[in-house]
Design a protein around this ligand. Structure first.
Ligand code: IMP
Ligand code: MG
Length: 193
């Protein structure tokens, strides 16, 4: 699926966040349009199937809510908890914090995450899900940062390809903060400690 990079950002940072963010990388309006387009593609691709959406906690919260309400097809939803315990912004060891509750054997599964960065998370979770013998398994991410890839992973559905910057907002955090921003922004280096 085509995944256009966001246009060069000329979007002002809201005054409230100016001390902490140096840029708005993707605006609320851009996200809205792109998520709607992704949903149309998914509805087309999964027409006549019986979909199980498996979303990773916690970063998918906003993307998932906006995407799901536009998927007017039969589906089941489940969550897996997985954290890359890392110092600050570096990816580290993966810890599973919530197991899948639904059975996915023989099901068409769509794995949703917020961002594909090193690829370790999607590689590890995909391998786990495949062992449960789904009928099909595809992956869907809001953001893709290909510059940082370590594991040989690509996502089947990508919202935006972004440069190698640490982003927050629209579900994505730094030290559990900023998930509530309605846009995707870039932290100032001072805010990253
Ligand atoms: P991975 O490196 O592909 O395994 O990325 C795993 C996780 O790291 C993602 O699900 C995010 O939670 C987090 N992550 C990676 N890059 C960023 C970022 O730029 N901002 C916020 N979280 C990130
Ligand atoms: Mg995450």
């Amino acid at each position: 699926m085509a995944s256009p990079a966001p246009p060069p950002s000329t979007n002002p940072v809201p005054a409230r966040w100016r001390a902490e963010l140096r840029d708005v990388l993707i605006t609320e309006a851009q996200i809205k349009r792109r998520v709607a387009a992704m949903a149309r593609t998914l509805v087309r691709d999964y027409a006549g199937r019986d979909l199980t959406v498996v979303a990773l906690l916690t970063g998918t919260v906003m993307f998932l809510a906006d995407l799901l309400r536009r998927l007017d097809i039969p589906l089941q939803l489940d969550f897996m908890g997985v954290s890359s315990y890392r110092a600050g912004t570096e990816s580290g060891r993966l810890v599973y914090t919530k197991k899948l509750r639904l059975g996915i054997q023989g099901r068409d599964v769509l794995l949703v995450d917020d961002i594909l960065d090193t690829g370790r998370t999607l590689a590890s979770v995909s391998a786990r899900l495949r062992r449960l013998r789904p009928r099909s398994l595809r992956t869907c991410v809001l953001l893709d940062k290909p510059a940082r890839r370590v594991a040989p992973v690509t996502a089947d559905y990508v919202g935006f390809v972004i440069p190698d910057v640490f982003v927050v907002g629209y579900g994505l955090d730094f030290a559990e903060r900023y998930r509530n921003l309605p846009f995707v922004g870039v932290l100032t280096s001072a805010s990253r400690g």
